[in-house]
Write a protein that binds this ligand. Structure first.
Ligand code: BTN
Length: 246
């Protein structure tokens, strides 16, 4: 086992990603180290947003990886295997799990999990990758500022033991990481594409202020999103270049 070989638990931290980053500055931690907490006082979301989570109710952790065999061009593969590992875990409990590109995990039209990957790049090598994962497990009420949150408890009506959930999830993530290191990367890309939210359906998107109808076709090797437009042309969008409207 790589992911989960060393688990550090803290009752409360500012952010597991920040704590992992500080620890790495002091010393090299074993690959696969998991920094887990019950509560974050300054949980970080994507694009400078905050990640809120009620104490002790959810999964909040970061995994430290040294994916030296992944070139910079391929760094989106890390995002893909982490998304797929979370989906493997959630699918045991809820069938309708999808990946909203690039790496939000959705059940129907609501977000159940978020991923914040912070890579440290030296030259053309990913020296370390801090993969932060937040999954809503037992929380039932969310702040009204969060657009469309959902949790396992809201979906299934049942409480889930977070310790058991973490153990299962780490196993899935470990298998996916081994697939990245030793397995078929083409298969990872295909599986990721097959899990994309809204793929193959006509929906409304916005890019550079222009609203358009389109149909997600998949992703490019570097992880850009391919969307077919009504005139049959296909456009590619890098991160933050396109918004989902509905
Ligand atoms: C998102 O905005 O969707 C990304 C959310 C990532 C949240 C997790 S919770 C554990 C880890 N530590 C953080 O501060 N953020 C990530």
């Amino acid at each position: 086992m790589i992911i989960g070989s060393n688990i550090q638990f803290y009752e409360s931290l500012q952010s597991t990603n920040s704590s992992a980053s500080l620890s790495l500055k002091e010393k090299e931690l074993p690959e696969g180290t998991v920094i887990f907490t019950d509560f974050q006082t300054a949980g970080k979301g994507q694009q400078g947003k905050r990640w809120e989570s009620e104490k002790g109710k959810n999964l909040l952790f970061s995994v430290i990886l040294y994916p030296l065999s992944v070139s910079l061009d391929n760094q989106f593969l890390i995002s893909m295997i982490i998304s797929l590992g979370i989906c493997d875990f959630l699918r045991e409990l809820v069938p309708e799990v999808k990946i909203k590109w690039p790496n939000d995990i959705y059940v129907n039209n609501d977000k159940i999990a978020g991923i914040l990957i912070e890579n440290s790049i030296i030259g053309d090598t990913i020296e370390s990758s801090i993969t932060g994962i937040g999954i809503n497990i037992n929380q039932e009420k969310f702040s009204p500022d969060i657009p469309n949150p959902v949790s396992l408890k809201i979906i299934t009506g049942k409480d889930t033991d977070t310790g058991t959930a973490l153990e299962n999830l780490l196993n899935y993530l470990d298998n996916r990481y081994k697939q990245l290191l030793y397995g078929d990367r083409g298969l990872i890309r295909d599986e990721y594409a097959s899990m994309l939210y809204q793929a193959g359906e006509w929906h409304t998107y916005r890019s550079e202020g222009i609203i358009f109808k389109g149909r997600i076709q998949g992703i490019t090797d570097s992880g850009s999103l391919k969307i077919e437009k009504e005139d049959s042309s296909v456009s590619e969008f890098a991160f933050k270049e396109v918004d989902y409207i509905h």
